[in-house]
Design a protein around this ligand. Structure first.
Ligand SMILES: [Zn+2]
Length: 123
């Protein structure tokens, strides 16, 4: 049974930050299937790849998409994911922003796999 539409709340006058405007993880396709795939990926690859490239072993907190799903990257391609710690996930997001700004999204998977190929500020 369809629910009646709620009256629209007036638009907030305060500008919300981007973070609040984002849709939920579930809305973006990160459902239970992804959670299972992500957990399995981290079982097989428990350490942060980026830390490992820096000669450190740190447990990964998440499986990240090298080419972001929000930019059209494949959700479930095993080649499109790598394990990251929270720190490097943050740096990766900055690297994504940089790639969008400079129209180099296609370079992201290369930058993920080969640290030497990355722009200097993200090594
Ligand atoms: Zn790391």
């Amino acid at each position: 049974m369809p629910q009646p539409l709620r009256a629209r709340a007036p638009r907030p006058t305060k500008i919300l930050s981007k973070r609040y405007e984002r849709t939920s993880a579930t809305d973006r396709g990160y459902d239970h299937v992804w959670r299972k795939v992500s957990a399995e990926h981290r079982r097989r690859h428990p350490f942060c790849v980026w830390c490992d490239q820096n000669g450190q072993l740190t447990f990964a907190k998440l499986a990240d998409h090298k080419y972001p799903v929000s930019d059209g990257g494949p959700m479930f391609d095993p080649e499109n994911r790598w394990s990251l710690c929270l720190t490097h996930h943050g740096v990766k997001r900055e690297m994504e922003e940089f790639a969008r700004r400079t129209e180099q999204l296609d370079r992201l998977p290369i930058w993920c796999d080969d640290q030497a190929e990355r722009p200097r500020q993200f090594r």
